[in-house]
Design a protein around this ligand. Structure first.
Ligand code: CP
Length: 320
């Protein structure tokens, strides 16, 4: 919003705020989100939702494809009694005629109470927030941030393992272009005794900004190219897709199919641990893993995205 610094801290007050970066959240803010998420979950399970956002309208502006983020925000708005502008992609709007991003943001801000924006360019959603008079939620910006994904990832971890601290989280695969890694690393850095291992090919190392972020907060982390030594003591194995859309064809061919989770690897994991993935999955987790009790990526991790986004919409629109 123009009246607020778009990267301002939440500080326990969500009303009217943009949600752009995981570093806006404190532990107290996350406690609030989790508590409200529990309430949303109860309301959905009991009666399909709760009418908190009647007469409120959400505009989903997705300049990149999406299944989960688009649909869960849409479902969240509908389950809260609100409405959503039917915009499955920007090709059905005047963007296809050449309308500028700036004009598009300003126009849809006139018709709605909040924008959910996804864009292939890092920083573009923050720009949208800077020029929009209504709250803007980052639904993923290039290789930058995906804060609402990280919030429901952490919610899922807490729900399954009953803690957000003292965790050993292993990020596995191409990490340099995978925005949920950036956002979840920042949230994990809020809690004591969390340790992160980044397992990636040399061409897919986690971004240096994240390394600096963790160092500045004295968070224990390791970077490595192999998983063998860490798989036996991780609490969360977070698998990533090789993001073809953000790299050359040559690099994609070189690294795809190299970091794969299969049943054999799972035999080395602790019984009480989780296998997570933001999805979509291509071939980095063999389908034989899906039925493992520790695999939450097609189960609670997806469902929690709905509940967390319901909580965030109601909070940002000042209704809870
Ligand atoms: N996890 C996630 O952002 O999925 P989509 O790209 O399908 O929205």
């Amino acid at each position: 919003m123009t009246t607020l610094s778009s990267l301002q801290k939440i500080n326990g007050n969500f009303k009217g705020k943009d949600i752009l970066d995981a570093n806006q959240f404190s532990k107290r803010d996350i406690d609030i989100v989790f508590k409200k998420t529990d309430q949303m979950k109860k309301s959905v399970l009991k009666k399909g939702g709760v009418k908190l956002l009647e007469h409120k309208v959400l505009a989903p502006l997705f300049f990149e494809p999406s299944s989960r983020t688009f649909s869960s925000f849409s479902s969240a708005m509908l389950r809260l009694g609100g409405s959503i502008l039917p915009l499955p992609n920007m090709e059905s709007t005047s963007v296809a005629k050449g309308e500028s991003f700036t004009d598009t943001i300003k126009v849809f801000s006139c018709y709605s109470d909040a924008l959910v924006v996804r864009h292939p360019e890092q920083g573009k959603v923050k720009y949208a927030a800077d020029i929009s008079p209504i709250p803007v939620i980052n639904a993923g910006d290039g290789i930058g941030e995906h804060p609402t994904q990280a919030l429901y990832d952490l919610y899922t971890i807490n729900e399954s393992l009953n803690k957000t601290n003292g965790l050993h989280v292993v990020f596995f695969g191409e990490l340099g272009r995978y925005r949920p890694v950036n956002s979840l690393s920042k949230l994990l850095a809020l809690y004591p005794k969390n340790k992160i291992t980044f397992v990636s090919p040399p061409q897919g190392k986690v971004q240096t900004t994240i390394i600096h972020y963790l160092k500045a907060r004295n968070i224990e982390f390791v970077e490595t190219t192999t998983i063998d030594k860490v798989i036996g003591n991780c609490d969360v194995l977070y698998v990533t897709r090789v993001k073809k859309e953000f790299m050359s064809e040559a690099l994609y061919k070189k690294i795809r199919g190299k970091y794969v989770v299969d049943k054999k690897l799972l035999t080395k994991m602790k019984k009480k641990s989780l296998i997570m993935h933001a999805l979509p999955r291509i071939d980095e987790i063999a389908t034989e893993v899906d039925s493992d009790q520790r695999a939450v990526y097609l189960k609670s991790q997806v469902i929690n995205g709905l509940y967390v986004r319901m909580a965030l919409l109601a909070l940002v629109l000042g209704k809870i």
